[in-house]
Structure formats: C-alpha cells, structure tokens
Design a binder for this molecule. Structure first.
Ligand SMILES: C[S@@+](CC[C@H](N)C(=O)[O-])C[C@H]1O[C@@H](n2cnc3c(N)ncnc32)[C@H](O)[C@@H]1O
Length: 233
C-alpha cells in the first residue's frame, strides 16, 4: 500500500532508531510506514476522536504491528508519559491546535528531542511559539501533493534565534536561506492569500479602515519585496 508522497516526505525527518508519538494519527499510516521502513523501534499512535482511533487500530492489526505500534485515544500528548517517545510527529492539523497540544503537555514536550510538524495553516504562529519555548528550527521543507504545497517544520531542543522579522515567520527562514526549489511558489501563495483577504475587506468601509487591513497590506508588501529581491531577473 502507498501512503502518499506527503507522509513519505514527513517520515524522512524522523531520525533512525527512535520511538515516536504520532499525534493526530488518524489511520496510523505514518507509524506503519516508518516501521515498514525499519526506521523506528516503536510508536504511540494518538488520536482524539473515536473513529480515527478505531481506524488506526484496524491499520495496525492489518499489518500485524500491534507489538510495535500502540494506539491511544486521547487529547494530544496528554496520553503519553515523559520518556515514552523521543520524537513527536504532528501532521495535518492547524498550527494553533499544535501549539495547544504542545502547551498542554510541557513535561512530555520537554522530554522530546525533535518535533516534526506539518501544519495546515498558522505556520508563522508555530515558528514563533517554538522560538519562544526553547526550540530552534532544525530544518524546513515544502512538499507538493496534488495542487497543494505542505510545509514541514523540524524543531530541535535548544535556543537558536529568539526573534525573527515577521516575514520570516511566515516564509520560513531556512526555506529562504536554502533557496528551496519550491520557495517562489510558496511565497506567491502567501502573497495571494493576503491579496484575497484584502480584496474581501475592500467591500466594507469599516474593514478597509481597520488595523487588520493595514497589517495584511504591510505583510503582503513585505512578501512582494522578498519575492522580487529573490526572483526578479
Ligand atoms: C487531517 S487528520 C491528519 C492525519 C495524519 N496525521 C496525516 O497527516 O495524514 C487530523 C487528525 O488529528 C486529530 N486531532 C485533532 N486534534 C487532536 C488532538 N488535540 N489530539 C489528538 N488528535 C487530534 C483528528 O481527530 C484527525 O484524525
């Protein structure tokens, strides 16, 4: 069975020989993929909802991996004890939910060596939270799948840069430094998102004169500057 290019690309950021906790595991495809690749020695597959928990258990049983992957139903890392996992993977949910999960289980988070995060949105909030909570950005990646572009943020324990310019929280400082091959597409998408928000706000006088409007405009202009600095020929 193929687990898809996104999960494969996320899995590359899990170091060999570790025990992982996959939060929001849904069908437990990521842990199964990693066990099949011989990358991990154990996994806790966590989901908050009953349906996904049952689906995860079915996948684990189907592959006969119940001795290596344990499915736990619960909220985030609340069902994990410190020291049970070395690395947490959290993929396919919003950045704010991820922050909530990390905030709620400080002792477990403190015991992890790496976080592999694939937020669906709010990546800028997540980067900011990480830098403020004794994590540094170890790597960043962009994964194309269908017409989507997914961001991966790999964080490791320890202080790096504490503060970044706003625009780097959004774009990803390591994607920018590495001139990731999909960086232009990524920046354009961010620019387009602000352009659409501004167009929607243009319909209302109140919205147009709000601080939010000015903030979105400032962000869009900064992204444009960055884009043309890097990609004007
Ligand atoms: C879209 S799925 C992503 C599945 C998989 N991680 C992936 O990337 O393909 C999101 C899953 O996260 C689960 N989820 C959302 N909030 C959660 C939380 N606080 N704790 C555990 N699971 C959560 C949902 O129930 C859902 O199954």
């Amino acid at each position: 069975m193929s687990f898809g290019s996104r999960l494969n690309a996320i899995g590359k950021w899990i170091p060999n020989g570790r025990r992982i906790v996959d939060v929001g595991t849904d069908h437990a495809y990521l842990p199964v993929l990693l066990v099949q690749e011989g990358k991990i020695t154990g996994a806790i597959a966590v989901d908050i909802a009953e349906g996904p928990c049952a689906a995860a258990q079915r996948t684990v049983d189907l592959y006969g991996l119940g001795n290596i992957i344990e499915v736990r139903c619960g909220d985030g890392l609340s069902v994990v004890d410190p020291g049970e996992a070395d690395v947490a993977a959290i993929a396919g949910m919003g950045g704010v939910t991820m922050i909530d999960i990390l905030e709620k289980s400080k002792a477990v988070v403190e015991s992890l060596e790496r976080l592999v995060l694939q937020p669906m949105n709010g990546a800028e909030l997540l980067r900011s939270w990480l830098l403020q909570h004794n994590w540094h950005l170890h790597a960043e990646d962009l994964i194309p799948e269908g017409d989507k572009l997914y961001e991966v943020i790999v964080a490791e324990k320890g202080q790096g840069e504490k503060q970044l310019d706003d625009v780097y929280y959004e774009v990803g400082p390591l994607l920018l430094a590495a001139h990731h091959p999909l960086l232009a597409q990524h920046i354009k998408r961010l620019m387009d998102r602000y352009a659409s928000l501004l167009i929607a706000m243009d319909n209302s006088d109140d919205a147009k004169h709000s601080e939010k409007y000015q903030e979105f405009l400032r962000r869009k202009n900064k992204l444009e500057e960055l884009y043309y600095e890097n990609y004007s020929s």
